[in-house]
Design a protein around this ligand. Structure first.
Ligand code: PGA
Length: 249
């Protein structure tokens, strides 16, 4: 049975006070589903959040990290730094990192390697842009993103990877992929994985959907057989909405 995961990506939102308030709201929510719950606050909020949620089932994860161990990389944070404050999972390859910070498949491959070397778990994001979908190249675009950043790994490495399919045209736009579009892509992604690594790896892989998931549409999206969870942006900034999504499983 694949793990169900709901991860909230706070992006560049919440100062210290807002973050403390959201954490205490999150702690008041009731979880009725079996999903693993994660939140990804900004770097400045990671330390107090990990401390605050130590005895909670919510895992605190990072939104990004650098591939180097340490050194002259102004503004960056390493795997070791994250591990030292109890952060064991990192989101890599988010479309906003790719689009605004020029992250390439090659850089992402290095980041994935660095995370795995430090025994971290990776939520690896990818997804096509609107123009790709209109040109019907979405499958090849997504397959290449996955191959270029991940297919140098060993089969056992995939135990530490979670995939997150996020069509760029659905992120923060209010436009969600239909549950059928999500299922079709997730099935394609699992097949791509199976062709390269076999069914055991592919069937064990949790594949999350991201892009305007809300309490109103989560249940239908999560009901699809190849959708194993969600990466949630906007709706993760409100504890009740976030838990309505967590409990949609
Ligand atoms: P959204 O963001 O839910 O606000 O569309 C999703 C994401 O970027 O992970």
């Amino acid at each position: 049975m694949r793990k169900h995961i709901v991860a909230g990506n706070w992006k560049m939102n919440n100062d210290l006070a807002q973050s403390v308030a959201l954490i205490s709201d999150l702690k008041r929510q009731n979880q009725t589903s079996n999903a693993e719950v994660m939140i990804a606050p900004t770097f400045t909020n990671l330390w107090h959040t990990t401390e605050n949620l130590k005895s909670s089932p919510i895992e605190v994860i990072a939104q990004n990290m650098h591939f180097a161990e340490n050194g002259a990389y102004t503004g960056e944070v390493s795997a070791e730094m994250l591990k030292s404050i109890g952060v064991n999972t990192v989101i890599l390859g988010h479309s906003e990192r790719r689009a605004y910070f020029n992250e390439t498949d090659e850089m992402l491959a290095k980041k994935v390697d660095a995370a795995l070397e430090h025994n971290m778990r990776v939520i690896f994001c990818f997804g096509e842009e609107l123009a790709d979908r209109q040109a019907s190249t979405h499958e090849s675009v997504v397959a290449n993103q996955i191959k270029n950043a991940l297919f140098h790994l060993k089969a056992t490495d995939f135990q530490s990877i979670v995939l997150a399919y996020e069509p760029v045209w659905a992120i923060g736009t209010g436009e969600t992929a239909s549950p059928e579009q999500a299922q079709e892509m997730h099935q394609f992604i699992r097949k791509t994985l199976s062709d390269a690594y076999g069914d055991t790896v592919a069937n064990a892989m949790s594949i999350l959907y991201g892009g305007s998931v809300k309490p109103a549409n989560a249940k239908e999206i999560f009901s699809k057989p190849d959708v194993d969870g969600g990466l949630i942006g906007g709706a993760a900034l409100n504890a009740e909405d976030f838990y309505a999504i967590v409990n949609a499983f």
